[in-house]
Design a protein around this ligand. Structure first.
Ligand SMILES: [Zn+2]
Ligand SMILES: [Zn+2]
Length: 133
């Protein structure tokens, strides 16, 4: 089975994921913009039993629009958010796609919070597009 490895910028917080992600998505919401410092976030969800974490993380939680918390795990040294947990979907772990540093990583098939999308930030061939504020 394929194993993929993600890491923070300094390499102290790492995750290994077995098999393919169950969902890869782009999110244009303002929270993802601020969290990443980029203009969208890209996440890959894996079944939690396929993900192994090494290293320590600091966490920060915020309520999602659903009312459920999202808890981000970031490196206490370099600050990179590597993965996060969704209270609404406890069986998965979401991993920041950029942390894999792998340009052949499976493409996003979902694009959410399109109304917050920067005009130039177009995602090639996403399937369902959710129009959330
Ligand atoms: Zn780090
Ligand atoms: Zn978002």
């Amino acid at each position: 089975m394929t194993a993929r490895h993600a890491a923070c910028a300094c390499g102290r917080l790492r995750v290994s994921c077995e098999g393919d992600p169950v969902r890869v998505s782009v999110c244009h919401c303002l929270e993802c913009q601020r969290r990443t410092g980029s203009v969208f976030g890209v996440s890959a969800r894996f079944p939690k039993d396929r993900v192994a974490v090494e290293g320590t993380s600091t966490t920060w939680s915020r309520p999602a629009d659903s009312g459920n918390d999202v808890t981000f795990h970031f490196c206490p040294t370099c600050g990179t958010t590597v993965y996060w947990r969704l209270q609404q979907f406890p069986d998965v772990i979401a991993v920041a796609v950029g942390a894999f540093a792998d340009s052949s990583f499976p493409s996003p098939r979902h694009s959410v919070y399109e109304r917050r999308r920067h005009a130039w930030a177009r995602i090639a061939a996403p399937e369902p597009v959710q129009h959330l504020d």
